[in-house]
Design a protein around this ligand. Structure first.
Ligand SMILES: Cc1ncc(COP(=O)(O)O)c(C=O)c1O
Length: 772
């Protein structure tokens, strides 16, 4: 018999005496009564013992196949193993230990039967659906689907009428052409085709496919779901089709309607995604799949009502809701329908502006709202980068650029392990650092363990700026002085206070009473040893002293990036540390630029210079683009600050950004990226040194680890700017730095291999040859 015979064969008609005898003889259940339950194709009873219901007896339609029941029983057993708390009926075995028994009717017909445990609650159909309840239906629908992920049964591939992907022809008997609904249905049937075809490429598996209000049980007064029943429509399909079936029943509910349909959709999808986030490609077809389910159910009920006039009221009981839904959905255009559901799922289609005209529009809109001169873009012709891929960036036209600039993507753009860690934590929790959380503590432990002994305290912030400012406040509290020493072209942040520490952004006349500068270790500025460094610090501290200000802190980027990327000898760095200690201040290694493995094989640049700072600031690559930064210091320094202040910044060190930072550390360690950075950096600079021999415009190549400062002093700032522009035209992205802007800055993601370095050098060679 075919599955469609199930709806043609009359349901079984056992009388009470026979049914009671069946449960006694086959299951050993001594029952005193039976209460019939509604069923379209089977015969079902509550088996009672006078008081409450003992069990549910389900006698199957004679057309039911044993394989289908086998699939149902195995699916239920599978679910109760993988998700033991999922409220589904348990199977009671026959006295022979079988999940399915057989019952012979007095007319000789043979039926299969099952006895199941009773779940609390009653079917949700007909009762008002609150937003909270809609979310719970979404939740349980996803939960069943997730539970069935690893389930397989050959019977799941049988043709079944409820499969919304079945192509149905117009049924002339059910839909005479004069019927106003007929044209809407025909139109809908055409419109759902592309979405149904698209589901072939979406996650699929054996689905319950009927987690609808009729099969969801709920408690009397609460939104709580107490059970999911009836696995009879299971089949293999796209997971999104299963979702659409469930969501449609919420939208066409027969209960009193209090909520707007769109709010119900949003609530259902929120609940669903608590368990199973949707892929963008799934979210985009949900609207059309709901429409497909409406079409399927209307088709089936109209075809059957046309043939079974006697049972018409029962068959068509949900049709009014379906009709309203059909109208609501088909009143939208295809684009609106797709976008509406995708937006409510939180996965809106991304705006796309392709081609030169799209880019011009975007640039104009950007200039209008992002502050014009305050928000410049890189390059004369702004780049519209759409996607990252390891060391590559792809623009909106699909062109691929080698990234020689972005150090935030330290492990490469869109690293899957880092993305997964962020998403996983986002799906779990995102509060703040004032609750106990293992992720936050573990990250602080890892960072302090990577530092010299004594640097035992980690305070999270949301940016490098905030970290530097906090480090300065700690130093002020600890030393009782207020003065700051920085190099002459330093950059340490964007806030008002850190701007005072950033001469590279000062206007000529900017003078700060409590900040003094000293010369960075540029080649040609005299000896670069311990004594020279100490002398420079002494002079700067004396300058502060002359203004009546004591020295609280000396801060340096140990890579001197904004100074033009300098190779400071370890001896010089030790002189800076001793110099500031002599002046009564603390030493801050600002590793916001240089940290996280760029100088390899250790994580921190200062470690390669054999110095021990009092404070370290971290940022930029720390969270692969998520806002996480930190100060690491000694407890006594943090305590000095805590005497008079507390420090709490809402987003700083929340579970999600800490998960990102831990994932960055994992990727760096597991793939030995800092070690590789040393190797590739040396290769890069060796090749650049070759180039410098051929192009005298290159006066020096500097850097330690995977960074290079290519000094183009011979050409000047305008020349360097044109090199950057020309590199970009040849799809390589680099930057400029240094006091005069004449140092080409190559500071790529650390996952560069030798071939990327070679590609960079070859492109630079072509640029220099052309500009020569
Ligand atoms: C050395 C140094 N410190 C601090 C900062 C400020 O970091 P943020 O931009 O995260 O505020 C920067 C930023 O470039 C930096 O290079």
């Amino acid at each position: 018999m075919d599955e469609s015979d199930l709806l043609r064969e009359p349901p079984p008609a056992f009388n009470h005496t026979e049914a009671l005898r069946l449960v006694r003889d086959s299951y050993g259940l001594v029952a005193t009564g039976l209460r019939p339950l509604d069923s379209e194709r089977d015969q079902m009873f509550f088996v009672t013992d006078g008081g409450g219901a003992l069990a549910v007896l389900k006698i199957s339609n004679p057309a039911e196949s044993p394989e289908t029941l086998d699939m149902e029983c195995r699916a239920m057993a599978h679910l109760s193993e993988v998700d033991p708390m999922l409220p589904i009926p348990g199977l009671i075995l026959t006295i022979d230990g079988e999940p399915v028994g057989s019952a012979i009717h007095e007319d000789g017909t043979r039926h299969l039967m099952r006895v199941m445990t009773v779940l609390a609650g009653t079917p949700a159909e007909g009762r008002p659906v609150s937003l909270e309840f809609a979310a719970n239906v979404g939740d349980i629908c996803a939960r069943v689907s997730v539970g069935l992920r690893g389930f397989f049964h050959p019977r799941a591939g049988r043709p079944i009428g409820w499969d919304i992907r079945i192509e149905r022809a117009d049924d002339p008997l059910a839909s005479p052409p004069t019927d106003p609904l007929a044209s809407r249905l025909a139109d809908a049937r055409r419109r759902i085709r592309p979405a149904l075809a698209a589901t072939r490429a979406l996650p699929s598996g054996v689905q319950h496919a009927d987690v609808t209000l009729t099969n969801v049980l709920r408690a009397a007064d609460f939104h709580e779901i107490t059970g999911v029943i009836d696995f009879g429509d299971m089949h293999h399909t796209a997971v999104a089709c299963d979702l659409a079936t469930s969501l449609t029943s919420v939208l066409r509910s027969t209960g009193p309607v209090r909520e707007s349909p769109w709010e119900l959709v949003a609530a259902f999808l929120d609940g669903y995604q608590r368990r199973r986030p949707l892929l963008p490609a799934e979210a985009e077809v949900i609207g059309h799949l709901v429409l497909a389910r409406v079409v399927t159910t209307l088709d089936i009920s109209r075809a059957r009502a046309a043939r079974h006039h006697d049972n018409r009221a029962y068959i068509t009981q949900y049709d009014e809701g379906r009709r309203e839904l059909l109208e609501m959905l088909t009143d939208l255009t295809d684009d609106e329908l797709a976008a509406r559901f995708a937006r409510l799922a939180g996965v809106p289609p991304r705006p796309r502006e392709r081609g030169p005209s799209g880019r011009t529009d975007l640039a104009a809109r950007r200039a209008a709202v992002l502050g014009g001169r305050l928000a410049p873009t890189f390059y004369e012709e702004p780049l519209h980068i759409e996607r990252g891929d390891g060391p590559w960036l792809l623009d909106a036209d699909g062109n691929r650029y080698l990234d020689a600039y972005n150090n935030v993507a330290v492990a490469g753009h869109n690293h899957p392990a880092i993305t997964a860690a962020i998403v996983r934590e986002l799906h779990t929790l995102n509060t703040n650092s004032r609750y106990l959380h293992p992720e936050i503590v573990a990250l602080a432990e890892r960072l302090t363990a990577s530092m010299p002994a004594g640097l035992d305290t980690c305070v999270f912030t949301t940016s490098g700026t905030e970290a530097v400012e906090l480090a300065w406040r700690m130093a002020v509290a600890h030393t009782g002085s207020a003065g700051t020493l920085v190099t002459e072209w330093a950059y340490h942040g964007i806030s008002s206070r850190t701007h005072d520490f950033s001469p590279n952004d000062w206007r000529q006349e900017h003078a700060v009473a409590d900040v003094a500068t000293f010369a960075a270790p540029h080649a040609g500025t005299g000896r670069l040893d311990h004594a020279a460094a100490q002398a420079r610090v002494r002079a700067a501290a004396a300058s502060l002293e002359s203004r009546g200000v004591g020295t609280a802190i000396l801060m340096v980027d140990p890579q001197f990036t904004s100074e033009g990327i300098l190779d400071a000898p370890a001896d010089f760095m030790a002189g800076l540390v001793d110099g500031v200690h002599e002046a009564g201040g603390l030493f801050l290694a600002d590793e916001v630029q240089s940290g996280f493995g760029r100088s390899g094989p250790r994580l921190w640049r200062f470690a390669t210079q054999s110095i021990t700072p009092d404070l370290v600031t971290l940022g930029k690559p720390m969270g692969a683009g998520l806002p996480v930064a930190a100060v690491v210091t000694r407890r006594e320094i943090a305590d000095a600050f805590a005497r008079d202040h507390e420090y709490f910044s809402t987003f700083a060190g929340n579970p999600v950004v800490c998960a990102a930072a831990s994932a960055v550390l994992d990727v760096l360690a597991d793939r030995r990226i800092p070690e590789r950075a040393v190797r590739v950096g040396e290769h890069l600079r060796a090749r650049l040194a070759d180039l410098a021999r051929r192009f005298p415009v290159i006066s020096a190549v500097r850097g330690y680890g995977l960074i290079a400062g290519i000094d183009l002093r011979g050409g000047g700032p305008a020349f360097t700017a044109s090199v950057v522009e020309d590199l970009r035209r040849r799809r390589v992205l680099a930057g400029r730095t240094g006091r005069r802007g004449d140092v080409l800055k190559v500071r790529p993601p650390l996952i560069w291999r030798e071939e990327h370095a070679d590609h960079f050098v070859a492109t630079l060679e072509a640029v220099l040859s052309d500009l020569d």
